[in-house]
Ligand binder design. Structure first.
Ligand SMILES: NC(=O)c1ccc[n+]([C@@H]2O[C@H](COP(=O)([O-])OP(=O)(O)OC[C@H]3O[C@@H](n4cnc5c(N)ncnc54)[C@H](OP(=O)(O)O)[C@@H]3O)[C@@H](O)[C@H]2O)c1
Length: 298
């Protein structure tokens, strides 16, 4: 393959130039890929054109311009409404859908793509827009393994692009799971900032110490994942009862210092439920059994 053919093979079309789509197009451009762009409101392509992107004359032309077509719209209904009429143009190409949606959405659109001979990858941008194009920006993809292998290099322009497996639902499942993980961490962080604030500690001063503590948290995740897989919960990192008692201190200290107890109350409820389920003397990771059995606390 000569240089021209290589350039054509690695060309990308980006459809939907909102906050995220614009950053995706910039990342492809930054990595040297020929980048065609299209947006419903055409003026949004102007700034990208000044950066080297080629604005397509229409949607069909945008699809036809590249072997890899990346779409990023508010929801799957918009994607289906927009791409339905150009399905024939997509045939033989790879469609990467970085629109947020549900696992059912992903399976439905993957089925539609298969019917029309389109390689399909469902994806999720996990690190907002600011980091897109940097190695620490996490993107997850699932669906056609062949499509991911064929476009690995282009997708690596976006950041840390991880292929999860053939089930298209995996990307939205990871998307929501990781969102919950981030929120769990942030909720704990916001609460701790409010608590140390009652002692006159500035958020940035506290955060300098807290950041150093996070490697301990990630080491617990690694160890506890192993325990959950093995189904054995040693008490090395404290039992459910030990953590429940510590959580009582957090609830009490927070309340007595006049701040809300919403966050530790949530943790306390989970630990109490795990204890009631008979996990009191088990290692704390056994709370996953209480969560996994599917009853909700309302
Ligand atoms: N922004 C983030 O930080 C972020 C992070 C992770 C994931 N996401 C996900 O990425 C997706 C896009 O988010 P965004 O923040 O980029 O959205 P956004 O800034 O609101 O942009 C939405 C884009 O979709 C276009 N659009 C809307 N409805 C359309 C339709 N029916 N037909 C054709 N084009 C249509 C809009 O075109 P017009 O310009 O013509 O209105 C606009 O370019 C969402 O699913 C979001 O959840 C976003």
């Amino acid at each position: 393959m000569n240089e021209n053919e290589k350039h054509e093979q690695s060309a990308v079309s980006v459809i939907g130039l909102g906050q995220l789509g614009t950053r995706l197009a910039q990342a492809f451009l930054g990595a040297g890929h020929a980048t065609t762009v299209w947006n419903r409101t055409a003026a949004k392509a102007d700034a990208l054109a000044a950066q080297g992107a080629v604005p397509a004359a229409g949607l069909a032309a945008a699809v036809a311009a590249s072997p890899l077509v990346v779409v990023c719209l508010p929801d799957y209904a918009a994607v289906e409404g927009l791409l339905g009429p150009v399905a024939d143009r997509l045939r033989g190409r790879t469609l990467v859908n970085l629109t947020s949606g549900t696992p059912q959405d992903a399976v439905r659109v993957a089925g539609w793509a298969a019917e029309h001979g389109v390689g399909y990858l469902d994806g999720a941008a996990m690190s907002g827009t600011r980091l897109v194009g940097r190695p620490e920006a996490l993107f997850v993809f699932s669906g056609s393994e062949g499509a991911f292998a064929a476009h690995r290099e282009e997708l690596a322009s976006l950041g840390n692009s991880v292929y999860l497996g053939g089930d298209p639902a995996l990307a939205p499942v990871y998307d929501t799971a990781l969102f919950g993980l981030v929120w769990g961490a942030l909720a704990g962080f916001y609460h701790s900032v409010a608590l140390v604030g009652t002692a006159g500690v500035d958020p940035t001063v506290f955060t300098a110490v807290a950041r150093e503590h996070m490697s301990f948290v990630t080491s617990l995740m690694t160890e506890h994942a192993r325990q959950i897989e093995d189904g054995g919960f040693p008490d090395d990192d404290g039992t459910v009862e030990v953590h429940r008692a510590a959580m009582d201190h957090l609830v009490h200290t927070s309340g007595s210092r006049g701040i809300g107890t919403d966050v530790p109350d949530l943790f306390k409820t989970l630990l109490e439920r795990a204890s009631a389920d008979g996990h009191g003397t088990s290692g704390v990771a056994s709370v996953v059994a209480t969560i996994a059995k599917g009853e909700r606390n309302v």
